[in-house]
Design a binder for this molecule. Structure first.
Ligand SMILES: [Cu+2]
Length: 217
């Protein structure tokens, strides 16, 4: 009964109703003109520069649609036939840039992973070839690109959580780092090159030292 009365009441207000509908259409038209109505697209890229005299070079494209990013990496000159851990790094307290010789805290003429953290921050995404992309996979060496002839071609869609960190990445504060430097040039990651990794004493530092770095802007 109440509904019928209400309906009858609305029926009697045709004129007012038309005005209201027109009002809704006007406001929805305004909504669709805002970029926020569709997933926002942001295209970032980075030149990857050599660290630790790796002699490597490369380029990253990251096409963000909403909270997904299509990440493409092309690199060359990396240590051949070895897995290269690679990450998107970000730290709210980091400088959000690549480390320099001034970050070589112990002056051993080598930048290890930890010495780079004040510059690039901790791991936000592990740019693996399959499976998990969280920081937990940071050293999942069997799921990172190996580089026959020192060349890497990588593409993967990576999902992000919505929020302030994703906004920071889109605003140019994410740093891509590719690790793995064969310091003594013997074709493998071994402890003779630079001792043990400060991340995992079971891994040679050669496997985790940064070889390439670039800020996504
Ligand atoms: Cu890293």
């Amino acid at each position: 009964m109440q509904h019928r009365k209400l309906y009858a009441g609305l029926g009697g207000m045709v004129l007012a109703g038309t005005v209201a509908v027109a009002g809704i259409q006007a406001s929805s038209a305004t909504e669709s003109e805002k970029p926020a109505a569709a997933p926002s697209r942001v295209h970032l890229q980075a030149d990857l520069d050599s660290l630790n005299d790796s002699g490597a070079s490369g380029h990253v494209h990251a096409e963000f649609k909403g909270r997904k990013a299509d990440v493409r990496i092309n690199a060359r000159g990396l240590a051949k036939n070895l897995p290269h851990a690679q990450h998107l790094h970000f730290g709210a307290d980091a400088r959000n840039e690549c480390p320099s010789v001034y970050d070589d805290a112990n002056n051993d003429l080598r930048l290890n992973v930890a010495e780079g953290v004040p510059a690039y921050g901790p791991i936000l995404k592990s740019l693996t070839t399959s499976g998990d992309t969280s920081p937990k996979s940071g050293l999942a060496v069997d799921r990172f690109p190996t580089t026959p002839k020192g060349v890497e071609k990588y593409e993967r869609v990576v999902n992000f959580a919505p929020g302030a960190v994703l906004r920071a990445i889109k605003s140019g504060k994410g740093v891509v780092v590719i690790h793995g430097v064969d310091h003594n040039g013997n074709g493998e990651y071994d402890f003779d090159g630079a001792g043990a990794s400060e991340l995992d004493p079971g891994l040679p530092a050669e496997a985790t030292d940064p070889a390439l770095c670039g800020v996504l802007r």
